[in-house]
Design a protein around this ligand. Sequence first.
Ligand code: F3S
Length: 390
Amino acid sequence: MTGMQLEPEDERILAGEEGETRQKMLELLIALGKVFGAQRLVEIKSAQVSGASYKTIGKYGLEWLTSLDAKAVVPAVLNPIGMPRGRWEEMGIDPAFARDQQAVIAAYERLGIRLDCTCTPYYLYSTGYGEHLAWSESSAVSYVNSVIGARTNREGGPGALAAALIGKTPCYGLHLEHNRGPQVIVSVQADTRDWGIADYGALGYHAGKLVGNRVPYFRGIMPDADQLKSLGAAMAATGAVALYHVEGVTPEAVKIPFDLNGLEAIAVEPEEIKTLFNEIPVEAVAVGCPHCSPAELAEIARLLNGKIVTKPLYVFAAQGVIDRNARVVDSIEKSGARVFADTCMVVSPVMEQYASIMVNSGKALAYVPNMCGGRARIGTIEDCIRVATE
Ligand code: F3S
C-alpha cells in the first residue's frame, strides 16, 4: 500500500519489472509524496537536476550516481558544475578536481541527462505556462514558477533525478493552484524607473529576509524579464521564495483575480536597498548569476567596448546561449574578460582564491561569503565593468 493513487505502469515499476533503479526512484518519489501529503503523481515536461558540482556532492554522491542504471524519460538538464567542461584548464581548475568533476558528468550522461549545466535552462528549452516540472536550482525554480507560470516545487537533487528517470513527480505544493496565491504584500516605496538588474537583486536580497518562505505579491515595481530573474534569484537565496507575483507584470498576477484582503503588507523604503551597495575594494568581478541572458551579454559587450580589464572579470552563461551569441562573446573576451559556461562564481572552487568579489547579483551577494569564503560587493553592471577596467 502506497497511500497514493498510482497508474498500472507505476505498479509495474514498483514490482521491479523495469529494473532496480527505476523501482528505487519511484519508491523515493512516493516516499516524498507521502511526506508532503500528495494524493497522486503528475507527469512532468522536464527536469533540472542539482547536485552536479563535485564541490557539493563529493565522493559519496559520485558513488551513488554511478550505482544507478536507468535513462531519463523527459528532457533533463544539470545545474551548474564546478568548472567549464571545455575550458577548465584556462579557468585554473585543479586537474584532480577536473577528473572528479568529469566523472560526475559522465555518470549523469549515462543516465540520459543532457549536459547543459545551467541555472537558466529556460533560455535553451521552451517551457510553458501551466506545465508541471521537477526543477531544483532555486533561481530557476523561482523564474519558471513566477515569470513563466509553470509549476514546480524546489526539488532536491535526488528528487529531481528520480523525476527525470520516471517522468513524474508527486503532486503537492506549487503543483496545486490553491497553493500558488499571494501570502504577503510587498509595497516598494521607491522610484524604480531607473532601476537595473543589481537594484532588483538588492531588493530581492532584502525582501527574501522579510517574507521567508511565503509567496509575495509585489506592488510599485515594473521589472523586465532579466530584472525579474535577478529579483527571484536573490529572494530564493535570503528567503525560501519559490514563487512570487508582481502586480500587472507576472502572468498569474495578470490572469488570476487574487484575493489580497487581509494579507500582511510590508513596505520597502529606498534606503533599505541603497545601503546594500557598499564600496569595499575587490580582487575580481563576476557577473552572470543567474547565468546571463543574450541581452545581458550584449550589454556587457557594449560596456566593455574598447576597454581592457585590469582585474579578473568572469562572465557566466549557459553554453547554448554562448554558442548562439558567439560574436558578442568574442567581443567581450577581446577585453581580457572570460565568458565561461557550465559553472558560476558560487559553485566553482576557483573563486575561493579571491578575498573579495564584486557582483551585480543579490543571490551572489548572499552566497559568495559562505560558499567561497570571500567578501562580496554588489554594484550595477556599469559599476562592475568600471571596477574591472579602471
Ligand atoms: Fe546560477 Fe550559480 Fe547564481 S547556479 S543562480 S549562477 S549561484
